[in-house]
Design a protein around this ligand. Structure first.
Ligand SMILES: [Zn+2]
Length: 276
């Protein structure tokens, strides 16, 4: 029974992952995620149902389109496998429950947001708001619903304030190097052109709210700290003045949230020990 359920959850995760591939490909292009049916991006031929089986189709077709033999990105099976593994891990942690289904939805949406941020440097509001709403309502009791909402609001506020501080710091620092640098958009100076120096996207604020709802204050702060640690090597290697080389931050926030959520007990014990 246990193994059957685990296998079904894994399969469900792979199916959602297959849908995430569609989301990741279509949302940044402004296309509908429902219509038209799945087709090869190279030759445009509609896929047959058996070309659409998560993981197996890619292996069976040896990573090539069945019609034009154009290579299919390894991103497809990787996202499917990752989604399946994440769903299975959450099942092992939470058991089969409404909270488990909701939380799986939140983390798989964060996965799609991470990949989209990484490739396209964009954060679609549709996915971001979906993750946030689901994170708040995935609570298992009305008391938790209020608690989740409170934590979401706290973290959204914290992220928004952090954005002001970091943007101001970057502006002051970079102003010395390039004197005609523009200030951030919220600095009321109607003579200047739109801003160029704004640290963190607005999208990160919503991700912060999602993290607060999922993790609560103590673990949420641990996740923010961990994400900064994870991002540090990439931050040190980047070129600060070149906007096109900005480090996408959502993959780091999402990875840290996943790690802290999965290992909440030992991490909470570690954080408590720091204060003791
Ligand atoms: Zn093709």
């Amino acid at each position: 029974m246990f193994w059957t359920l685990l296998f079904l959850v894994f399969l469900f995760g792979a199916l959602v992952g297959s849908f995430l591939n569609v989301v990741i490909y279509r949302i940044p292009r402004g296309e509908s995620v429902v219509f038209p049916a799945s087709h090869c991006p190279h030759c445009g031929t509609n896929l047959k149902p058996w070309h659409n089986v998560p993981l197996f189709s890619w292996l069976f077709l040896r990573g090539r389109c069945a019609f034009c033999k154009a290579p299919i990105s390894t991103q497809y099976p990787i996202i499917e496998l990752l989604s399946a593994a994440m769903a299975a891990a959450l099942y092992l942690k939470l058991g089969l429950s409404a909270a488990m289904v909701g939380t799986t939805g939140v983390f798989l949406t964060l996965l799609a947001l991470s990949v989209i941020d990484f490739y396209y440097k964009m954060v679609p509001d549709s996915l971001n708001l979906f993750a946030l709403t689901l994170a708040v309502v995935s609570a298992w009791s009305p008391q938790m619903l209020v608690e989740n909402l409170k934590n979401a609001l706290l973290f959204a506020g914290g992220f928004a304030l952090l954005r002001f501080y970091v943007s101001y710091y970057l502006y002051v620092k970079l102003k010395r190097m390039s004197p005609n640098l523009k200030q951030a958009s919220w600095v009321k100076n109607y003579n200047t052109l739109p801003a160029v120096i704004e640290a963190m996207g607005e999208g990160d604020i919503m991700i912060g709210a999602t993290m607060g709802a999922l993790l609560g204050i103590e673990l949420g702060l641990a996740a923010v700290f961990l994400s900064a640690l994870l991002a540090l090597p990439a931050m040190l290697l980047r070129n600060e003045t070149d906007a096109s080389k900005q480090v996408p931050f959502i993959p780091f926030l999402a990875t840290a949230t996943w790690i802290v959520y999965l290992f909440d007990t030992p991490i909470a014990r570690f954080v408590d020990a720091l204060y003791a």
